[in-house]
Design a binder for this molecule. Structure first.
Ligand code: SAM
Length: 292
């Protein structure tokens, strides 16, 4: 079932303004968030409020961040008297979530440390900044437990791709370092107004940061992914040679039992982490190993 959306006719393509018309998709997206009755939900890019209405009714608290001044002002007015909804006019990429979700003055008793409830994120994203938004959310992953977003279909396929598949790359490895990723369903261009040139898909990320159990820092892993996937057609060994000497690369591959001819997209996260550890051994403590 679809509905026409007057605001869609004024959509700004530069801001990725393709508004969802398929009302059954709205329900499926909101339901993919699970029980949100006690949760804070962050909506990215509410636009004219396509998802906002159902989210406002079902969530404990809703924070909607919209960059377009006109749409944000219209939404603020529409929800001015709804106590659980807050509309913020901002570029989501500039939002510091530590500050946004910090306990408000007067809500904490001195001396008591409260474990803050995790936030669920939802949005029909502006596709031109999907990767940037994901990286921004990952940088603040401690605040989030579930993310349900609409992305371009090809991006969804890359996000869920497993090692060994041609779509597996930097985005897949990075997302899977932070979350369990599922592709839920696809939508054709006609589900939006105006229709985008591409097909879309809804994905769900259940946040499960893995760096600690892999014995590496997330920053070191992502930095390594950037190097390992820098030239997809080159072997892993050749990509690593941009930063490390031949001897260091050879020794690390030998230690981790990884073939020199392998390409980065064939490696599991475990193998990537083993390489990160082998390439950057923990420095020996001063005096350690020196006979006294
Ligand atoms: N949620 C609405 C829907 O499903 O119909 C609108 C989705 S539309 C694809 C993307 C929305 O994100 C637009 O309203 C656009 O103005 C907004 N947007 C674009 N860039 C943004 C940014 N950097 N920060 C916050 N919102 C942004």
């Amino acid at each position: 079932m679809t509905k026409d959306n007057g605001a869609a006719r004024r959509g700004k393509p530069k801001l990725g303004q393709h508004f969802l018309r398929d009302t059954s998709a709205v329900t499926r997206i909101v339901e993919a968030l699970g029980d949100i009755s006690q949760s804070t939900v962050l909506e990215i890019g509410p636009g004219p409020g396509t998802l906002t209405g159902m989210l406002a009714k079902r969530s404990g608290r809703l924070i909607a961040i919209e960059v377009d001044r006109v749409l944000a002002a219209q939404l603020s007015m529409a929800y001015a008297l709804v106590p659980n909804v807050e509309v913020i006019q901002a570029d989501v990429l500039t939002v510091n979530f530590d500050t946004l979700f910090a306990p408000r003055p007067g809500t904490m008793r001195p001396g008591i440390t409260r474990v803050l409830d995790k936030v669920r994120v939802v949005g029909n994203l502006p596709y031109y900044i999907t990767s940037d938004i994901l990286l921004h959310l990952f940088a603040f992953e401690r605040h989030f437990d579930r993310v349900v977003i609409m992305v371009q279909r090809e991006v969804a396929d890359r996000l869920v791709a497993e090692p060994g598949h041609s779509e597996y790359g930097l985005l897949s490895a990075t997302a899977q370092l932070y979350a369990h990723v599922e592709k839920l369903f696809e939508l054709p261009p006609e589900a939006f107004s105006p229709p985008p040139k591409v097909h879309s898909a809804v994905i769900r990320l259940s946040m499960e940061p893995k760096a600690e159990e892999l014995g590496v820092s997330a920053e070191a892993m992502v930095d390594f992914f950037k190097l390992a996937f820098s030239q997809k057609r080159k072997t892993l060994s050749n990509n690593l040679r941009v930063r490390y000497s031949e001897a260091v690369v050879k020794a690390a591959l030998k230690e981790t039992k990884i073939k020199a001819s392998v390409r980065a997209e064939a490696l599991s996260l475990d193998q990537m982490a083993a390489l990160v550890r082998a390439l950057a051994p923990v420095p020996a403590l001063p005096g350690a190993g020196t006979p006294s």
